[in-house]
Design a protein around this ligand. Structure first.
Ligand code: EPS
Length: 415
């Protein structure tokens, strides 16, 4: 079923992060710049730590692309870690004879909330570095690169994905009725990806407070997928339901603790008539829709809704409304004023270790969220319309859009 797959490898302070995507069609325009833009977006946001001052993430495309277009072969990506320079002995692949023993560089004070202790017990090591290097959110740089490739595919078919931060700790952005392009442009120019300047100032103050107290902060962000056609995902089997797949992908982003779709948790507190989106139909083709090949295509034929409480998914299938996801991130586990822990070597109580970290990374997490959503959508897009080359996919996509409209689905309109 899944025609698209990827693997990533690489430690936070190792030489490089690597990713391979298999299943992308041939002929898709793709350059390193397309990917670097998203890598730069992930590095921003008020509240980040020292690492982002060291790195300027840049991708190298090592396979699968020739003269600016994909070949249909596996796409191999690499992002070097500049910080590797400072970690060459600690993170060397070869045995290090100058070290006194395996414990010399060991990190033995696990941080509550991080993967340190559970990972050490699972992988039978007394050095948390063997765990934290891969549990680190550094790994998300490659997921953003892979998501950027998926975003190119989706953009070719008119589908766009963006995000904005709606809460940091207890500072919530008020609900504003803004056109989606305005939400997007405000988020892109805000230091916290927030669409409301007053809230941004309060969020910055909250982050400054947390920093002064040696603490960290989480928050909530929203992801919107716009101009998505009806028919991605399926109701027929559990693992094909798009809502389930999106939730899994988003929950796999470090520190994400909750994912909501549409009304989300609020839907459990309302009656059905306040939750479900009534169905209407218009035969006029002038309604806003998916802009593709210079023409607006209604995303669900002529069917439309006046509300979008479902968040764009019914029965595990996109219904033509924008997909709206709300994602909650917990505070980062590294605290500069550490919590209680136990030294795994001495088994004595001790303060948790301190690894360089961020105070708040919610804006960065929202870019990672966009990327993993792009991945899930690209995979389900290729399941529905897939082919070896872009042209083949375009034919299938056009056929689907035609089939949705009774007025255009005549046999002679088909490709
Ligand atoms: C991050 C890289 C890490 C952290 C942060 C995010 O680099 P370093 O550990 O060298 O500072 O800054 O990771 C975490 C918060 C974490 O818990 O691992 C990145 O590239 O986003």
């Amino acid at each position: 079923m899944t025609v698209l797959r990827f693997l990533t490898a690489g430690e936070s302070h190792g030489p490089t992060l690597t990713g391979i995507i298999e299943g992308m069609p041939a002929q898709l325009e793709l350059t390193a710049d397309d990917i670097n833009k998203d890598l730069a977006r992930r590095q921003q946001g008020y509240g980040r730590g020292g690492r982002m001052a060291i790195e300027t993430d840049q991708v190298q495309i090592l396979g699968g692309v020739r003269h600016g277009k994909t070949l249909g072969s596996p796409i191999c990506l690499a992002i070097g870690n500049r910080d590797w320079e400072n970690w060459q002995s600690e993170m060397a692949a070869e045995p290090q004879v100058q070290l006194k023993g395996p414990g010399e560089l060991a990190v033995t004070r696990p941080r509550p909330g991080h993967g340190d202790l559970a990972g050490m017990l699972k992988y039978r090591t007394k050095d948390a570095r063997n765990i934290l290097e891969r549990a680190s959110a550094r790994e998300t740089a490659m997921r953003v690169a892979i998501g950027a490739v998926c975003r190119r595919l989706l953009a070719h078919f008119g589908i766009s994905i963006f995000s904005h931060v709606v809460q940091i700790q207890n500072v919530a952005v008020p609900k504003l009725e803004l056109p989606l392009h305005e939400v997007q442009s405000r988020a892109e120019t805000s230091p916290l990806r927030s669409i409301h300047e007053e809230s941004t100032a309060k969020m910055i103050a909250a982050i400054d407070d947390a920093r002064a107290n040696g603490d960290s902060l989480g928050g909530i962000f929203e992801i919107i997928v716009d101009q998505v056609p009806v028919g991605l995902g399926s109701h027929v089997h559990w693992e094909r339901r798009l809502d389930g797949r999106l939730a899994q992908a988003l929950m796999s982003v470090p520190a994400v603790k909750a994912v909501e779709i549409g009304l989300g948790r609020e839907s459990g507190t309302k009656v059905g008539s306040e939750v479900h989106d009534e169905i209407f139909y218009t035969s006029s083709s002038g309604r806003d829709g998916l802009l593709w090949q210079g023409k607006y295509w209604p995303t669900a034929g002529g069917f439309y809704r006046k509300t979008n409480r479902a968040g764009g998914i019914e029965g595990g299938i996109t219904n033509g409304s924008p997909i709206v996801l709300t994602v909650t991130m917990k505070p980062i586990p590294t605290l500069y004023k550490p919590l209680a822990s136990v030294d795994v070597e001495t088994l004595k109580p001790i303060e948790a270790g301190i690894e360089r970290s961020d105070i708040c990374a919610v804006p960065a997490a929202s870019i990672v969220g966009e990327a993993v959503v792009a991945w899930v959508l690209a995979a389900s897009f290729l399941e529905k319309f897939g082919g070896d080359s872009l042209g083949e996919i375009e034919s299938r996509f056009k056929d689907h859009l035609h089939s949705l409209c009774p007025e255009t689905s005549r046999e002679d309109d088909r490709l």
